[in-house]
Design a protein around this ligand. Structure first.
Ligand code: FA5
Length: 340
């Protein structure tokens, strides 16, 4: 490479830039002279083969040449942009060579993921998925579940009443009655659904959340069957056995009744805000179906046994994803939701 060669290359490049009439052509010129395999790169690579005294001189000229072309290309781009702006009334200019914006793809909400996974596991254990209405009557939400009017047990469910005497269901248990009215045992069902409670929120309580009801009815169904089903469910859901405990509880529609707690995964049982510093999180209410419930649903309770449970799906999601505040699920905060 000599000084004269560089000079004629410069003239040639200048001409090509001047004759370019769109950004595509300018791009070509850029690649030809300044690209990885372009003229400048070729000159710089050949410096090693030059005599020592020539190297610095040609190197400097190649750099000047590079700066010169860069400047000319920039000027030309500006000129082309201005021209094309005028062409479209000077209002808008679209750079068709600019890389496109990647559309963001949506995904399922973490609570939907949890609900689907839960349904899938119970279905493999022979449970069918059933749905029921979110707007419910007092009969199905309370009376038919053996919770008489004026009984203090009704206070356990802080209910949103509607003007027409109906209410927003405070649990998924009313669907037990609706199903048993139309189906004869034996059966196994699950009922995932949204429920509503007039409750103050805290890290483990929402006023609008999801439950999954379970009901298995037939002959000789025992609390041992319940424990086995629920332990197997948790084992499959978490991919390993988890620590749970059954403690005595009270629900008017089950006798005996239990509460199932899980060792809090957020703090490994040490105590944190999510588990109110107890190391345990209440996951579900459960029990053996009360004979009166069979009666209210129109079934003869003689010889009929069954277990029922109602688990909080939001609580399950908290344990699965180690979330220490239930309110994040309904926050609509994309920084949170995009992690799933
Ligand atoms: C009930 O709602 C009963 N229907 C459950 C049941 C069904 C008992 C069948 C026996 C037989 P409880 O109010 O405890 O029970 O709620 C059940 C579960 O829902 C709780 O264990 C908890 O996991 C979840 N839960 C309750 N309140 C809230 C809340 N405010 N926010 C989030 N999850 C809640």
């Amino acid at each position: 490479m000599t000084e004269t060669n560089l000079e004629s290359l410069k003239i040639e490049a200048k001409k090509e830039i001047e004759n370019s009439f769109d950004l595509g052509q300018i791009g070509e010129v850029f690649r030809k002279y300044l690209g990885k395999q372009g003229e400048i790169a070729r000159i710089l690579r050949s410096l090693d083969s030059l005599p020592k005294e020539k190297r610095a001189e040609i190197g400097k000229q190649a750099n000047d040449f590079k700066n010169f072309i860069n400047l000319k290309i920039e000027e030309k781009i500006k000129e082309l942009k201005e021209k094309s702006g005028k062409g479209s009334g000077g209002k808008e200019w679209i750079d068709i060579t600019a890389p496109g914006k990647k559309p963001s793809v949506g995904h399922l909400h973490p609570l939907t993921l949890i609900r689907r996974k839960t349904e899938e596991i119970f279905q493999t254990m022979g449970f069918s998925t059933i749905e029921g209405p979110e707007i419910e009557s007092v009969w199905y939400n309370f009376d038919a579940l053996n919770i008489p009017k004026d009984h203090p047990a009704r206070d356990a469910w802080d209910t949103f009443y509607l003007k027409d005497g109906m209410l927003l269901r405070a649990h998924t248990s009313p669907v037990q009655i609706r199903f048993m009215e139309k189906n004869n045992p034996p059966f196994r069902i699950i009922v995932p659904g949204r429920i509503f409670r007039h409750e103050a929120t805290d890290p483990s309580h929402e006023f609008d959340f999801y439950q999954l009801e379970g009901l298995m009815v037939g002959e000789d169904i025992s609390a041992a069957n319940f424990k086995a089903v629920i332990q197997e469910f948790y084992r499959r859901f978490f991919g390993k056995p988890v620590k749970i405990r059954l403690i005595p509880s009270f629900f008017p529609f089950t006798e005996p009744s239990f509460q199932v707690d899980m060792s809090c995964v957020n703090c490994s049982g040490k105590g944190c805000p999510a588990c109110k510093r107890t190391g345990w999180l209440e996951m579900m209410g459960a029990g053996m179906v009360h004979p009166n419930v069979f009666k209210y649903a129109g079934l003869n309770p003689k010889g009929l046994t069954g277990f029922a449970f109602g688990m909080g799906l939001d609580r399950l999601a908290m344990m699965k994803y180690k979330i220490n505040n239930i309110r994040l699920f309904h926050s609509g905060d994309l920084r949170f939701l995009q992690q799933f």
